[in-house]
Ligand binder design. Structure first.
Ligand SMILES: C[S@@+](CC[C@H](N)C(=O)[O-])C[C@H]1O[C@@H](n2cnc3c(N)ncnc32)[C@H](O)[C@@H]1O
Length: 277
C-alpha cells in the first residue's frame, strides 16, 4: 500500500493513462452529471446560454444548406444534440459515459426529440453511417494524447461525407501561461466527488514543457489508492491548424470560442471549422 502511494504521487510521463477512467466510473459519473447540469459552474459543460449561442452561430454561419446529419462526439447529457435537433437536423450523440447517455435519452424522450444516442468510445471503430457535420466541443481534443488525437481525426474523417465539416475547440497557449503549479490535500470524511467512502485526496497541478499540463488526484481510502490524471494539451493557432492539416482537413475558419467570437489571438480558447477535402 505504501509503495503504491509513493508511486502514485510521483510525476508521471505526459499523457500516462489513469488506471481507472473517471468519466465512466459509476460513482464519479453521478457527480459529473451534476456538474454538467449546474449553471453555476462550467466544470463539465458550458452554461445553457453559451450553448444556445454556439448552436445558433453554427447553424447560421457554419452549416451549409446541404447539412442534414450531425454527429456530436463526447455529447455528455446532450445539450448540443437537443439544440440541433430542435432546428430539424438528424442528430447522433456519442459518449462513453453510460450515465450521461441514459440522462440524454430520457430528456430526448420527454421533449419528443428524435435523437440517436450511442454509448461508444470515439477512439474506437464506429458504425458506418456518414455525416455532413461533426462536433467535439468543450476542449476534449486537448485532453487526448498525440496518438489519440490522430486516431480521433482519422475516425472522424471516415465518418464524414466528402466536403463534410468538423468543428472543435481547444485551450490556447494563453491559458497554459496562466496555469500555476500547486499542491493540496483534503480529508473527505463523508466521501465526495472521487469516492463515496471516507478518503484523503492528494491533489497537484503540474506544468510540463510543450504546452502540456496535468491535474492529478490521488485518492487514498482505507484499503486502496487510486490515481486520476486530467491531461491537457494547449495549442497555438499554427500548431492546431497544422495538426488538423496533417490529418487531411482544410481550414475554413478560426474563432476565439465555440460561439463564433472573431479570432484575435487573445482568448484562452480557440475553435476551428475544418473540411474534409
Ligand atoms: C467536458 S465534457 C463535454 C460534454 C459536451 N460536449 C458539452 O460541452 O456539454 C467531455 C465529454 O466527453 C466524453 N468523452 C471523453 N472521452 C471520450 C471518448 N474517448 N469517447 C466518448 N466520449 C468521451 C465524456 O464522457 C464527457 O461527457
Amino acid at each position: 500500500m505504501n509503495q503504491k502511494l509513493l508511486a502514485s504521487v510521483k510525476k508521471p510521463e505526459p499523457f500516462t493513462r489513469s488506471e481507472k477512467m473517471f468519466w465512466t466510473d459509476p460513482h464519479i459519473a453521478t457527480h459529473l452529471l451534476e456538474a454538467h447540469l449546474s449553471q453555476a459552474t462550467e466544470g463539465a459543460s458550458r452554461n445553457q446560454a453559451f450553448i444556445e449561442r454556439s448552436v445558433a452561430f453554427l447553424c447560421h454561419e457554419v452549416l451549409t444548406n446541404e447539412t442534414k446529419a450531425i454527429i456530436d462526439y463526447g455529447c455528455g447529457p446532450g445539450f448540443y444534440c437537443e439544440a440541433f435537433a430542435k432546428r430539424g437536423y438528424q442528430v447522433t450523440g456519442v459518449d462513453f459515459s453510460a450515465n450521461s447517455i441514459a440522462y440524454a435519452k430520457s430528456q430526448a424522450k420527454e421533449k419528443q426529440l428524435p435523437i440517436t444516442y450511442e454509448i461508444q468510445n470515439y477512439l474506437e471503430e464506429m458504425e458506418n453511417k456518414k455525416y455532413d457535420f461533426a462536433t467535439l466541443i468543450y476542449c476534449d481534443y486537448g485532453a487526448l494524447s498525440a496518438s489519440d488525437r490522430k486516431q480521433f481525426l482519422s475516425n472522424c474523417w471516415h465518418r464524414l461525407k466528402e466536403g463534410g465539416r468538423l468543428f472543435l475547440d481547444v485551450f490556447t497557449d494563453l491559458k497554459y501561461d496562466a496555469f500555476t503549479e500547486s499542491r493540496s490535500w483534503h480529508l473527505h470524511e463523508q466521501g465526495g466527488f472521487w469516492s463515496e467512502r471516507e478518503h484523503l485526496e492528494l491533489a497537484q497541478n503540474v506544468k510540463y514543457s510543450d504546452l502540456v499540463t496535468l491535474e492529478q488526484s490521488v485518492i487514498v481510502t482505507e484499503d486502496d489508492v487510486d490515481t486520476y490524471y486530467i491531461w491537457n494539451q494547449f495549442f497555438t493557432r499554427d500548431r492546431f491548424v497544422n495538426e488538423l492539416a496533417a490529418a487531411g482537413f482544410k481550414l475554413i475558419a478560426v474563432y476565439n470560442n465555440a460561439a463564433g467570437q472573431a479570432f484575435n489571438g487573445k482568448a484562452e480558447t480557440m475553435a476551428v471549422v475544418v473540411e474534409k477535402k
